[in-house]
Design a protein around this ligand. Structure first.
Ligand SMILES: CC(C)(COP(=O)(O)OP(=O)(O)OC[C@H]1O[C@@H](n2cnc3c(N)ncnc32)[C@H](O)[C@@H]1OP(=O)(O)O)[C@@H](O)C(=O)NCCC(=O)NCCS
Length: 206
């Protein structure tokens, strides 16, 4: 039997804080985290703050799932028409608070990333689609099938809707992981003004 949404749990705003902790640990050595916080100690302390906004918006406008109440893995999905966040909704989801916690220096370092990401997303996928905004599995829980479970459950639902899925990733290891689920690379660049590799991937339903 294919995994579906009954195999995972839907998260609500009570889960935001612990989910930020999981995401912070998970993305510790991720290229975009290193770009924003080259200092390891600062990274350990601050990387989690950015997820507050992602999770809040996901819960408000999209769907956020975990593998179980233990939060081994968490995925944030945004539906068609909600994939691009307005300034107003960024503020509503705690943008100022996150900026204060993250710091101006890190925001400046991350700017080339944001300058590339949004426009590339709009250019490459100018049609209705779901967006896998974030997927994170606790480091010690990886390679046990949790990431695959989160993906498969949502793919089953989205396939029924007949819609494509878009995601971005910054490691080659992840590219092959997603390829196993039918995603194809639609663009691969080094983000201008950085050394961060960037793959845009699309899973077409047809
Ligand atoms: C990418 C990520 C979400 C994948 O989650 P995961 O739970 O490790 O994924 P799975 O366990 O389902 O699959 C990962 C690999 O383990 C293998 N695997 C799955 N169950 C396994 C098991 N019981 N024993 C050994 N290997 C296993 C899978 O075949 C897969 O191999 P492949 O990538 O070579 O195909 C996770 O590694 C992660 O959070 N990484 C850090 C953050 C990140 O990069 N997020 C994605 C940003 S785009």
């Amino acid at each position: 039997m294919k995994p579906d949404l009954d195999s995972i749990i839907s998260l609500t705003k009570e889960h935001i804080k612990p989910s930020c902790e999981v995401s912070g640990r998970t993305f510790q050595d991720y290229p975009t985290s290193i770009l924003m916080f080259p200092d390891e100690i600062e990274r350990k302390e601050k990387i989690k703050f950015g997820f507050e906004m992602i999770l809040k918006y996901g819960i408000l406008r999209g769907e956020v799932y975990a593998t179980s109440p233990n939060l081994e893995g968490i995925a944030v999905w945004l539906p068609p028409k909600k994939v691009h966040q307005s300034i107003w909704s960024l503020i509503r989801c705690g943008g100022f608070h996150v900026m204060r916690k993250t710091g101006l220096k890190a925001m400046k370092k991350g700017k080339p990333l944001h300058d590339y990401m949004g426009p590339a997303h709009k250019r490459l996928v100018p049609f209705d689609h779901w967006y896998l905004q974030s997927i994170a599995v606790e480091p010690e829980e990886q390679r046990k099938g949790y990431g695959g479970l989160l993906l498969k459950a949502m793919i089953t639902k989205i396939d029924r809707e007949g819609l494509p899925i878009y995601l971005e990733t910054n490691t080659e290891k992840n590219v092959s992981f997603y390829q196993n689920y039918g995603f194809k690379v639609v663009e691969h660049v080094i983000v201008p003004k950085t050394e961060v590799p960037f793959w845009c991937m699309l899973r077409n339903n047809s």
